[in-house]
Design a protein around this ligand. Structure first.
Ligand SMILES: [Zn+2]
Length: 243
């Protein structure tokens, strides 16, 4: 990585420096740089994390029917939107890049193989109850009993049990997501719950599943959720506690 201080020293032929002898940095300048460095460190930005995004369904597994489309396509669109938000700072890997069905074990398996810092599975669902559309944020909890509206097939996983040590951090990630989603979409209730979801059970890192309302029925929801989730992932990586 290029050192900005070294780069400055290379510009000795600039109009400002050509007519002057080299001078020691003034104490004021040093103080300014120290404050700048302290602010940078205090903010705690994290670069270079590995984020694995899992667009739900794919291929013959279309997910649920949405207005003007299918869940598998909405999930991939959402994943690509979130990837675009995060990829400038982090390495982002998708469990599928196109219209095919990865085996369930390969979804968390990809995250484990990539040694991901965060795993986010993405889904979309039509409104299946009266009232406003809703957002769901799920984390893994073996004690949860309510099945999700569009559960993944219940298959035995080779990675089963790997999520348990990360359950506390997954709840923190879920809280960050709820906080950012609620702020970004104040008209949509955001529900968070722990469920024994197979797709999360094998993830050996903090992991959540987010289900957005039908983008065909709630215009713009995909882009707003992508922005909010990107902020939530940054909040989580920086370690700021959710209120
Ligand atoms: Zn789904």
């Amino acid at each position: 990585m290029k050192n900005p201080c070294a780069a400055n020293r290379e510009t000795g032929n600039s109009p400002l420096s050509s007519s002057r002898k080299p001078q020691a940095p003034r104490p004021g300048a040093l103080l300014f740089l120290a404050i700048l460095a302290a602010l940078f460190l205090a903010a705690g930005p994290v670069w270079g994390a590995v984020v694995v995004l899992d667009p739900g369904h794919g291929g013959l597994d279309t997910g649920t029917d949405l207005v003007g489309g299918q869940e598998k396509d909405a999930a991939l669109d959402l994943a690509r939107g979130l990837e675009a938000m995060l990829s400038g700072r982090h390495r982002v890997v998708l469990t599928r890049q196109g219209d095919y069905t990865p085996p369930l074990a390969d979804r968390a398996g990809t995250a484990n193989h990539e040694r991901a810092d965060v795993f986010v599975s993405l889904h979309a669902a039509p409104r299946n109850s009266p009232g406003p559309a809703r957002l769901f944020v799920w984390h893994w909890d073996p004690a949860g009993s309510t099945p999700p509206p569009a559960a993944e097939p219940d298959t035995a996983l080779p990675w089963a049990g790997l999520q348990a040590p990360h359950a506390v951090e997954s709840r923190r990630l879920a809280r960050e997501a709820v906080k950012r989603l609620s702020a970004a979409l104040p008209s949509l209730p955001v529900l968070a719950e722990g469920l024994p979801l197979a797709v999360l059970e094998g993830a050996a890192m903090p992991a959540i599943l987010v289900e957005i309302p039908d983008p065909g029925a709630v215009p713009g929801v995909g882009a707003a959720v992508a922005r909010a989730l990107a902020q939530a992932v940054e909040d989580f990586l920086e370690g700021s506690p959710a209120p």
